[in-house]
Design a protein around this ligand. Structure first.
Ligand SMILES: Cc1ncc(COP(=O)(O)O)c(C=O)c1O
Length: 452
């Protein structure tokens, strides 16, 4: 039985009087049906202040690969908290974590820890520019690398302002971003090697780095087309450009060694956050010795009061323990639940005769509804930002509002995160709720369009 949202509504009203917009991140303001208030999480479940229970596929927007309140992570964190929170000095646990990451991650000869993914991206860009003596960075349309000024461009640009698909304009996402900075960020379409090749050929000696999510998780969970990442690697090597994999989402999720482990491609620098510590705040900048030695030698600046805080490091070590346990059984569990959902959603598309797009992996996948009149062929996928614009975002938002009311919490952008805590029962209950929400919201929308 649904208990309504009375307490959440009251809390949001109260919050708005002191907390800007009632939320602590603009992203959360877009939650559907509106920003809810939660008081407890355990395993795959989350409970809100009104007593509603949810099967959670938001999972902190990625970190909780082992589910909420994982016993091993909590125990290790609490144990360390009793020994002190912050020393502003070195401690043995940070060496243990650094050694573990260097052992696991192909490109990690040396690492530094921080708190957020955004600041680790900032460190990688600074390092690439310092190492090459060049200014320009290439990023891809539709990808997100954190909210800092120097890279917050063209995540979800208005297509009427974004230029030609193969020559996108670099568009700031927020007023107040430093005017002029965009001249140092070039935006290209993802999954299209010829445009990258042409750009690098025409701008020899000008490009410091190419930064990419190795799977485009922030738009439609788009996998790399065969040969795309391999080609990118070759081009960066040829032009002596630093290749940065932003693995804030894919890291410790797509495999223990992230996307670089799963696809067998070694970037020069890489960034982790989220799943590395199952909810504790820690990020990691890792890379090959050739570049990281500039930080090691103190030549390139990197700092932070909270870097490597002992409780977070303890939580990260406990997370890696759990991820490595029983021959990576956590990955098999999350993948199994995710693939069962992918199959089930595709089955619902057939049963209800709906043109749903379901793509990605087991551990993270995307669900979207094509706009009316968009003729998608069976099995057709979204391959870049521009093709993602064929999806009906308003219809998806209405679906999210409905399914949240049925006890399934999902992200309004369409990406679903899985954890090793999701069970067969969770999958069955989710598919039941999804069928009801599709019948309530999506079937009538398509029928109306046919009649019109
Ligand atoms: C790929 C990617 N990079 C960087 C970030 C920024 O990380 P943080 O939110 O920890 O600053 C995110 C956050 O969602 C992300 O998805």
């Amino acid at each position: 039985m649904h208990h309504g949202y009375a307490k959440s509504i009251a809390s949001l009203e109260r919050a708005k009087r002191s907390l800007a917009g009632g939320v602590s991140s603009n992203v959360r303001a877009g939650d559907k049906p509106f920003p809810l208030y939660f008081e407890r999480g355990m395993g795959s479940k989350l409970w809100d202040v009104d007593g509603n229970e949810y099967i959670d596929f938001v999972l902190g927007r990625g970190p909780l690969f082992l589910g909420h309140t994982h016993a091993g992570v909590i125990e290790a964190t609490c144990k360390q908290l009793q020994m002190g929170q912050i020393y502003a000095a070195q401690h043995e646990l940070e060496i243990e974590l650094a050694e573990r990451v260097c052992r696991i991650v192909p490109c990690a000869d040396l690492v530094r820890f921080g708190i957020s993914g955004s600041e680790a991206v900032h460190g990688a860009l600074r390092l690439a520019r310092a190492a090459t003596g060049r200014k320009t960075v290439i990023k891809f349309e539709g990808q997100y690398h954190g909210w800092l000024d120097n890279i917050l461009y063209s995540l979800g640009p208005d297509p009427t302002r974004a230029g030609e698909w193969d020559h996108p304009r670099t568009l700031a996402e927020s007023p107040g971003q430093f005017d002029g900075e965009e001249s140092h960020v070039v935006v290209l379409p993802w999954n299209h090697l010829p445009t990258l090749e042409q750009y690098l050929d025409q701008h020899r000696g000008e490009i410091a780095a190419v930064i990419t999510e190795p799977v485009m998780c922030n738009t439609a969970v788009i996998p790399p087309l065969p040969g795309f990442l391999e080609g990118m690697r070759e081009l960066c090597t040829k032009h002596d450009v630093v290749l940065i994999f932003d693995e804030v989402i894919t890291g410790f999720r797509l495999s223990l060694a992230g996307a670089q482990g799963r696809f067998g491609i070694k970037p020069d620098l890489t960034i982790f956050g989220k799943a590395i510590a199952n909810g504790m705040p820690i990020s990691c900048l890792a890379g090959i010795e050739k570049y990281m030695r500039l930080i090691a030698a103190g030549k390139v600046g990197h700092g932070g009061t909270y870097n490597s805080i002992p409780p977070a490091v303890a939580g990260a070590i406990a997370t890696l323990d759990a991820l490595e346990q029983d021959e990576h059984a956590a990955y098999a569990a999350a993948d199994r639940a995710g693939l069962a959902l992918v199959d089930g959603l595709r089955g619902l598309a057939k049963k209800l005769n709906l043109p749903l797009v379901v793509q990605g992996y087991g551990v993270i996948f995307y669900l979207g509804f094509p706009k009316q009149g968009v003729a998608l062929h069976e099995g057709q996928a979204i391959t870049d930002y521009r093709t993602s614009l064929t999806m009906d975002q308003d219809l998806y938002s209405a679906f999210v509002s409905d399914i949240v009311g049925r006890g399934v919490r999902i992200i309004p952008r369409g990406n679903w995160f899985l954890s090793s805590a999701h069970t067969d029962d969770d999958v069955a209950a989710t598919l039941e709720a999804a069928e009801a929400a599709l019948i309530e919201v999506v079937v009538p929308a398509y029928e109306k369009a046919v009649q019109a």
